[in-house]
Design a binder for this molecule. Sequence first.
Ligand code: NDP
Length: 250
Amino acid sequence: MRLKDQHVLITGGASGIGLSTAERCLQEGAHVVVTDLSSSAGAHVSASLAKAHGGRCHFIPADVTSTDEVDRMISETVKTLGSLDGVFNNAGIGGIAPADTYPDAEFLRVIDINLMGVFRVARAALHQMYQQGSGSLVNCASILGVMGQSGTAAYSAAKGGVVNLTRTLAIEAAGKGVRVNAIGPGYIDTPLLSLLDDATRHALIQLHPLGRLGRPEEVANAALFLMSDEASFVTGTTLMVDGGFTAGKS
Ligand code: NDP
């Protein structure tokens, strides 16, 4: 088992990529805290995962836009699990609007969740991991962290921020026994894409050289790798899980 008795926290773990990562970590022997908005399906999802995996899954609600809630979430996680070996910093939202009419409030909301939220969780997690002298933090970026796309001004700004934040955190953490990496998913078939019409979905598929959307478990496997000791010499990188999307055009 690749994460046997490791203690893992997953934000946005009630749905999509986060949920899949929780399942994969549990299958590989980890003890997992799933965290998500209190209004989400988190409590229900965690209870059924706990039932299937010998009680090794717990739910702690937290909104990543609140520093108080994030700090409490990390301390409750450490109280529940005993330590913090891996964090998948995954909670995020979409957001589409042309830049010339993008309203401040909507732009700031995307930044507050997708960039500041990642930073709030990273700050509190690193504080704990530095005390332990060990840990692996994995931030969820996107293909839109390394390239632009029309209509995604706020989202791509936030995800670009996550990619470079990851590099800086990795350098700060390197002497403290802690690794920090990111994942850059292509378009993945999760509830985040549920609003797409068929034509848009088809157009997105064409942009992936592998000819399909990704599956949540394919991103989960990358997060699992980066959290595990198999990635012991990997830090500061963004691992693209994108079916070749960012590799180039044919
Ligand atoms: P989902 O919408 O399925 O899951 C995201 C989860 O984050 C939801 O459970 C959501 O809760 C939660 N969440 C939203 N806002 C907050 C908040 N303020 N505090 C805590 N939790 C919150 O999306 P995905 O699984 O697709 O996305 C996961 C990550 O992957 C995101 O960071 C996304 O940007 C990234 N990503 C996704 C891609 C895709 O194509 N799906 C592509 C590239 C990156 P609720 O449902 O209650 O809102």
